[in-house]
Write a new protein. Structure first.
Length: 245
């Protein structure tokens, strides 16, 4: 089949999860503070601003350190991190996720250019499909490979992403799709490592949960600000490919 196929992460390039992660952080702190009060051990917490919190997340500051800077110590940190893991994928918090600015326009560029978008995400497929339906984006996605574990996306393990991309590539190849110009687009080191391991070009976008300087250290093929810019570059390649074909 002649249509160009690209692989793309969901959180970061398409979905802006920053508000959910920040809301989860605040709820986790409020929970641990309330628990301490019940136990007769009043606790003063320090809420980081969203800008501070997201900058720390983008630069891979450990969650334990973020918790410590927020006023927690010892077992309080362990309890806080466990609570965050429990609630981060709850429906009320998932509602905080939004479409990245201009991501819709970028995906429309790909549709007009005849480029297929295959999602490779550590989120459970039902969460992704619900988001796509809610934001009228189902038209933009040709296929979806996700993870059953709801905690996997938060942990973002590179080994999981490599295995998932390997499965996606093998399946798309068996189905006869053209992967000669395939790219892996994502916002974390896991996405870059997956693409590099499986021999396809990588695009690291800096609008997600990793900073530009951190992503650059993994030497992606391209380092771009967002999906919109990435889709414009892919469109140019698609045009050149058609002219040569």
């Amino acid at each position: 089949m002649s249509a160009i196929t690209i692989f793309c992460d969901f959180d970061g390039p398409i979905a802006d999860v920053s508000e959910r992660y920040y809301a989860t952080y605040r709820q986790g702190l409020a929970w641990i503070q309330a628990a301490a009060k019940v136990q007769g051990e009043p606790l003063t917490v320090r809420y980081l601003s969203k800008s501070q919190f997201w900058t720390f997340k983008q630069n891979r500051v450990p969650d334990r350190q973020i918790a410590h800077w927020s006023g927690l110590n010892g077992s309080q940190i362990d309890a806080f991190l466990a609570q965050v893991s429990r609630i981060v994928n709850q429906a009320a918090l998932l509602d905080h996720d939004q479409v990245q600015p201009q991501a819709r326009a970028g995906l429309d560029i790909l549709r007009q250019s005849g480029v297929r978008v295959v999602l490779v995400t550590l989120r459970p497929p039902d969460q992704v499909l619900e988001f796509l339906a809610q934001h009228d984006l189902a038209w933009a996605i040709s296929d979806l490979y996700g993870m059953p574990q709801v905690e996997a996306a938060y942990n973002n393990q590179a080994s999981h992403k490599i295995d998932l991309l390997r499965t996606a590539i093998a399946t798309q190849t068996r189905q006869g799709y053209d992967l000669s110009q395939a790219w892996m687009i994502g916002d974390t080191e896991a996405d870059i490592m997956a693409g590099q391991t499986l021999g396809i070009d990588t695009v690291a976008v800096t609008c997600g949960i990793r900073s530009s300087s951190y992503l650059q250290s993994f030497r992606p093929t391209h380092l771009l600000p967002d999906l919109w810019t990435t889709c414009q570059k892919i469109q140019q390649r698609a045009i050149v490919a058609r002219q040569r074909g």
